[in-house]
Structure formats: structure tokens, C-alpha cells
Write a protein that binds this ligand. Structure first.
Ligand code: C2E
Ligand code: MG
Ligand code: MG
Length: 307
């Protein structure tokens, strides 16, 4: 018996060392190396809290042209590579776990900004933050959001958390519980890039969703596709029937914007109504929007973007 056990142990050792040798000898591809370097740089930048900044894109009420909110979009000003888009570094941050401190930084900066803008507007203007799966799965996420809201004296209803359909479908029981906690204190939950994931209509019933953001791929094919238009119309109607607000992302032209109007969509977030901007430009944009609406109410101005 003893000798069989010993033999098995030897086999195990051999397999393990063979596997490890294989792993060690796998050549590092240039892409893998570049990823690892970026991860190292990200770790260093985060330790110094340097290089990460938020851009803000306005969300505009389609019928009044008022800025109803903003989406905080992360950028990384890399010391050598210049400004990097989130599509480049968010996947690395997610894979390495750095998304947790990075996500924390985003919530912090976004709340700081909306706190600063609160004095400029006399209506509830929201700030949306993208949340990745790893952040949401972190057990202390909800508590940490609540703590930051209190710290910055921001009413919870001014914060929107954007989650994707795939995240909402993962671990539904946990997701529902956590979302309920956030929703109960007034934080708004948005489904981002709606229509591109694998959510079922069931999730729209079970989850406390406040807003649907229809992915920009739909508006981009809309003018050429009758079916595309019908699907978009159905999504807007579904959202409204369920008492949700609906945004169509990605309107870039007057023609796109007219589609949003025709479909009775609530809000636009696209290049036509405002690109993502740095903080100073966004503040200026907000001040101009307030001034424009004041003139409109005095009857001195027609609303722009009217078709
Ligand atoms: P998203 O959340 O769907 O954000 C909207 C993206 O669409 C932004 O890209 C925005 O610049 C772009 N966009 C808006 N209007 C138009 C338009 O009219 N035409 C076109 N072609 N694009 C438009 P961005 O800033 O590059 O962000 C890409 C994605 O990166 C975001 O998509 C979001 O998923 C992710 N992301 C950004 N910031 C964060 C963050 O702080 N945390 C996490 N986890 N993800 C983030
Ligand atoms: Mg988003
Ligand atoms: Mg989106």
C-alpha cells in the first residue's frame, strides 16, 4: 500500500514540475509584455494618485434641452503614451484587481464634481458612474458608496450607477439584494449599453432599474434599418411602460437627434448634444446651458437643436 501511495506522490510531483517548467518556458508575447507594463504603470500611478482624471459628458433632455445629468468617463494621462481611453486600460484594471482602487477614485471624484456643480443649478442634476463587475462583487462596495455620499453631502438621488446587462445577469440573487440596498437609499440604477448583452425581460421586472441607456449601435444603424428603428422604438416603449427613463446613446447628427424626438426618448447622450469634456470645459458648457435656458424662458431665444 505504502509503495503505491509513494508512486502516486512521485507521479504527482513529476506532473506538477513538468507543468511548471512548461509555464516558465512559455514565451512572453509582445502583447502580454505591453499589458504587464501598463499594469505596472497603472499601479504606480494609483499609488501616487496621479494621471487619472474624469471627463464629463452631458445628458440632455430631448424636449427642453436642459442638462439633466452627466456621465463621468475615466481617462488616464500616461506619462509617455499620452491620454489613454478607458477601452485600453479598464480591461487591464479589471483583470489585475486594480479596478477596486481605481473605481474608488472615480466615485470620489465624481461626487466631488457634482457637489461643486450643485451650487450652479437649482434643479436635481445627476452624475452617472460606470461600475464594473469586480467592484460590484466587492462586499464593501455599497457601504463605501454610502460613506462617500455622506462625506460630500450629495443627495443619493443625484448618483446613478451604470451597470451592464451581463453584470446584472451574473449572480442574480446577490445582485438583486445589493441593488435593493442602493435603491432604498435613493441611488439610481441604470442599465448601460442596453440591447447588447444577454439580459432577459425578467431582469427588468426583478431589479430596481431607474433608467435604460440604449447602446449607440442602434442609433448608428437606425436611418438605414427599418427593423433597427422598430427595435429601438420597442425598447423605448418597454422602458416607459415600466416607468423608467430612457436615454439613447450616440446621437451624432441632427438626423439622429430627430430620431430620438420621434421615438419620444427622454434624454440624449451623444456628440450632437455634447462630447465628453474636461472639468473646466464642462463647467463652461453648464453655465452656457443655464444662460440659454434663461433667455428661452424670457422669450428671447428659440431652443437650439430644433429640427
Ligand atoms: P459607456 O459607459 O457606454 O460610455 C459611453 C461611451 O460612448 C464613451 O466612450 C463616450 O465617449 C462614447 N460616446 C458618447 N457619445 C458618442 C457618440 O455620439 N458617438 C460615439 N462614437 N461615441 C460616443 P469612452 O469615454 O471611451 O468610454 C468607453 C467605455 O469605457 C464606457 O462606455 C464604459 O463602459 C467604460 N468606462 C469609462 N469610464 C469608466 C469608469 O470609470 N469605470 C468603468 N468600470 N468603466 C468605464
Ligand atoms: Mg456608461
Ligand atoms: Mg453605454
Amino acid at each position: 500500500m505504502k509503495s503505491i501511495a509513494k508512486k502516486n506522490e512521485n507521479v504527482k510531483q513529476n506532473v506538477l514540475s513538468g507543468f511548471l517548467t512548461h509555464c516558465v518556458s512559455v514565451p512572453m508575447t509582445p502583447a502580454y509584455k505591453a499589458r504587464k507594463n501598463l499594469e505596472k504603470d497603472m499601479r504606480a500611478a494609483l499609488a501616487k494618485r496621479q494621471g487619472f482624471l474624469l471627463y464629463f459628458q452631458p445628458e440632455i433632455d430631448v424636449s427642453t434641452m436642459q442638462i439633466v445629468g452627466w456621465e463621468a468617463l475615466l481617462r488616464w494621462h500616461h506619462p509617455e503614451k499620452g491620454m489613454l481611453s478607458p477601452d485600453v486600460f479598464i480591461p487591464i484594471a479589471e483583470e489585475s484587481g486594480l479596478i477596486l482602487p481605481l473605481g474608488d477614485l472615480v466615485v470620489e471624484q465624481a461626487l466631488f464634481q457634482i457637489h461643486a456643480w450643485m451650487s450652479l443649478v437649482s434643479y436635481p442634476m445627476t452624475m452617472a458612474v460606470n461600475v464594473s463587475m469586480k467592484q460590484f462583487e466587492n462586499k464593501s462596495f455599497v457601504k463605501s458608496v454610502m460613506k462617500k455620499l455622506t462625506h460630500w453631502h450629495v443627495p443619493p438621488a443625484l448618483l446613478e450607477l451604470e451597470l451592464t446587462e451581463s453584470l446584472l445577469m451574473k449572480n442574480p440573487k446577490y445582485t438583486i439584494d445589493e441593488l435593493q440596498k442602493l435603491s432604498k437609499i435613493g441611488v439610481h440604477i441604470t442599465i448601460d449599453d442596453f440591447g447588447t448583452g444577454f439580459s432577459s425581460f425578467g431582469s427588468l421586472i426583478d431589479l430596481p432599474i431607474y433608467k435604460l441607456k440604449i447602446d449607440r449601435s442602434f442609433i448608428h444603424r437606425a436611418p438605414r434599418s427599418v427593423k433597427g428603428m422598430k427595435v429601438m422604438e420597442a425598447m423605448v416603449k418597454t422602458g416607459h411602460l415600466l416607468g423608467m427613463k430612457v436615454v439613447i446613446e450616440g446621437a451624432e447628427t441632427a438626423q439622429d437627434f430627430k430620431v430620438l424626438k420621434d421615438l419620444d426618448c427622454d434624454y440624449s447622450q451623444g456628440y450632437y448634444t455634447g462630447r465628453p469634456m474636461d472639468e473646466a470645459t464642462a463647467t463652461e458648457f453648464l453655465e452656457k446651458n443655464i444662460a440659454m435656458r434663461a433667455l428661452f424662458f424670457q422669450g428671447q431665444l428659440d431652443l437650439p437643436f430644433r429640427s
